[in-house]
Design a protein around this ligand. Structure first.
Ligand SMILES: *Cc1c(COP(=O)(O)O)cnc(C)c1O
Length: 344
């Protein structure tokens, strides 16, 4: 079988058709650059409707920029940020958060299933308060997490309590925010500003955009001067109309949610096949659009030899099998069939 879909990453998928269509609307017209265009104005209005609040909305090219610049707005260079040890900001951003905050330190903890707990945050916050220690000023959590798990509203509410108790600030890396909303079936406000999120990196690229991640401030005081940070970082898109236009296609008819639900459903389909196989060990609860599974080395080599792409993430045999907005059920079935044959 010729394989044109894989499980390597959701950013290996293409651009979803409704996004492509709205990106190209008004393409023949000249429109103002740097976000002064009507599509960006419309996107800001729609984002405020989506979150049911008067948030401050910005656009950058990448998730790394969204995270790093968000954090730079929350902490001083001499402060620190608590995050999970598997957080993208810790292991996948080449120290961009440290660079853009001007030196703030990431302090990581090892919570179960890729999640921070209130106890761990409190332990880090209270361990020292002398001048020699970089005082914790912010929490950064990922929703859905790098391990494909999802914080419940209750878990977020408990983190919110610690945040308030110690006057911290809260950043959410929402590269896969849509998948979490789809899983929980909540309104976006319920897992953002209602639980104390000050700034959200709202990802769309993995969910069907070409590029363009939003930075959404629910606390306007932290957004002051943010446009200058964006420009200084080389992240101010001159033809922002296309990034905003793409987002309009993602938000229209709840495409962002439908895409995320589909990706989640495909991961569930894969999970249902894999959990029944002898020799396969599922590593985390399947809650978003990914299945982590430990496979025998011979099966991994066999799948690679058959032309499947996916990454080994944990140890030597912990495979990350990521589904995307366009993953076909046939792709899932073909992969599971091949694995079943390899396992014998
Ligand atoms: C993909 C991803 C990002 C964004 O990565 P970029 O390559 O910089 O766009 C951020 N956080 C998480 C958890 C991710 O998976």
């Amino acid at each position: 079988m010729h394989k044109n879909q894989h499980f390597a990453s959701d950013n290996n998928a293409g651009i979803c058709p409704s996004v492509l269509a709205t990106m190209l609307q008004n393409d023949s017209q000249h429109l103002s650059a740097y976000g002064e265009d009507p599509l960006t104005a419309q996107l800001i209005a729609q984002t405020r409707e989506l979150f049911e609040t008067d948030c401050q909305v910005f656009m950058v090219y990448s998730g790394t920029a969204a995270n790093s610049l968000s954090l730079s707005a929350l902490v001083q260079p001499y402060q620190s940020i608590v995050a999970h040890q598997t957080a993208h900001i810790q292991v996948d951003e080449c120290s961009a958060p440290e660079f853009f905050t001007g030196g703030a330190k990431l302090i990581t903890v090892a919570g179960e299933h890729g999640k921070l707990t209130p106890q761990q945050i409190e332990a880090v916050v209270t361990q020292r308060d002398d001048v020699h220690f970089p005082r914790v000023k912010a929490i950064s959590l990922t929703q859905s997490t790098e391990m494909g798990t999802v914080y419940s509203v209750e878990e977020l509410a408990r983190i919110h309590e610690v945040k308030q108790q110690y006057s911290l600030r809260l950043h959410m890396d929402g590269a896969r925010f849509a998948n979490a909303v789809a899983t929980l079936g909540v309104a976006p406000r319920q897992i953002t500003w209602e639980v104390g999120v000050d700034v959200l990196s709202f990802g769309g690229t993995k969910n069907g955009l070409m590029a363009g991640e939003m930075v959404v401030f629910f606390n306007p005081s932290y957004a002051e001067g943010f446009e200058y940070r964006i420009k200084q970082a080389g992240q101010l898109a001159s033809k922002m109309r296309y990034l905003s236009g793409g987002w309009l296609g993602l938000l229209a008819d709840e495409t962002w949610l439908k895409n995320a639900r589909h990706a989640n459903d495909m991961a569930e389909r894969l999970y249902q096949r894999l959990k029944r196989m002898d020799g396969v060990r599922i590593l985390f609860p399947r809650q978003a659009n990914v299945v982590f599974a430990e496979l025998p080395t011979s099966a991994i080599e066999g799948l690679y030899a058959l032309g499947w792409h996916f990454y080994i993430f944990i140890g030597k045999n912990g495979c990350r099998l990521m589904c995307a907005w366009d993953t076909l059920p046939e792709t899932v079935d073909a992969f599971a069939d091949d694995l079943q044959v390899l396992l014998g």
